[in-house]
Design a protein around this ligand. Structure first.
Ligand SMILES: Nc1ncnc2c1ncn2[C@@H]1O[C@H](COP(=O)(O)OP(=O)(O)O)[C@@H](O)[C@H]1O
Ligand SMILES: [Mg+2]
Length: 252
């Protein structure tokens, strides 16, 4: 079962301007929470505060009641799919996914790869898991290819496979459908639905409002770094502040 996430009073500014300001967010175990909002609303910054890529100026992040905001990113028990594709070049797609099982560092992977025979069995297990993750994300046929030669859609799937290979308790996805073709987008929606039924907790930022409204249990709307609305998709869709800040803009 996925973990509960509690963000309390999270703030982060850049050059005196708040990107995220006093954000509270509670996600139930197994919930698929969408985070929407206009460009620059602070969605990616909030993700980075949760994921550990950025330090907050104030606030706490807890997973199942344990503070994780002082832990390094790879020790937080999270899987992260970043907005911009992040792959390790000079490694195959399969190796990229195996990195996910080693705490998401290339160094950890290289160290593990150099380990002596007693550790090889563990390595084989990880390889099997990585192949499963490649299959789930639909890119098995790319396993042996250098990661940087994969087309964009497959690189995005690769990131998701890597995140899943780390067996996260919470999955953070920052615009995972951006740049995908319709078929790839549909496949992603199906996979996210499956993961949700398996009980994985997910936080999903997405620009395509239709995409998130269909998948999310609840939706949090950010604008100018603050939470301006939160609720079930149909409640949020009807909220006038949301329409003003975002849906109106999207419709215009
Ligand atoms: N590393 C950074 N340095 C300076 N400003 C930043 C940085 N990251 C984000 N910002 C600013 O913070 C605000 C929120 O950005 P971001 O979190 O990327 O928004 P979103 O993901 O919702 O589009 C924007 O005004 C952006 O310019
Ligand atoms: Mg963003």
């Amino acid at each position: 079962m996925g973990a509960a996430l509690t963000v309390a009073g999270a703030s982060r500014s850049f050059g005196g301007v708040y990107a995220v300001r006093d954000v509270d967010l509670t996600v139930e175990p197994g919930e698929l929470r969408a985070v929407i909002g206009p460009n620059g609303a602070g969605k990616s910054t909030l993700f980075a505060l949760i994921g550990g890529q950025l330090a907050p100026d104030a606030g706490t992040v807890e997973l199942d009641g344990r503070r994780i905001d002082r832990l390094p990113a790879h020790r937080r028990g999270l899987g992260v799919v970043f907005q911009a594709a992040r792959i390790f070049t000079g490694m195959t797609a399969l190796e990229n996914v195996m990195v996910g099982a080693h705490g998401t560092t290339r160094a950890g992977f290289v160290k593990a790869a150099l380990r002596l025979p007693p550790f090889r069995a563990e390595e084989r297990e990880i390889e099997a898991r990585a192949r499963e993750c490649l299959a789930r994300t639909g890119i098995s046929e790319w396993a042996g290819r250098p990661a940087e030669t994969l087309p964009l859609g497959q690189q995005r799937a690769l990131q998701l496979a890597r995140a899943l290979c780390g067996q996260p308790r919470l999955l953070l996805l920052d615009e995972p459908a951006s740049g995908l073709r319709a078929g790839e987008r549909e496949r992603l929606a199906v996979l996210l639905g499956e993961l949700r039924r398996e009980g994985l907790t997910m936080l999903l930022v997405e620009h395509d409002v239709g995409f998130v409204m269909r998948l999310a249990d609840r939706v949090t709307v950010l604008d100018l770094g603050r939470v301006i609305a939160q609720g079930r998709p149909e409640q949020v869709r009807a909220d006038s502040a949301v329409i003003d800040a975002y849906l109106g803009e999207a419709a215009a």
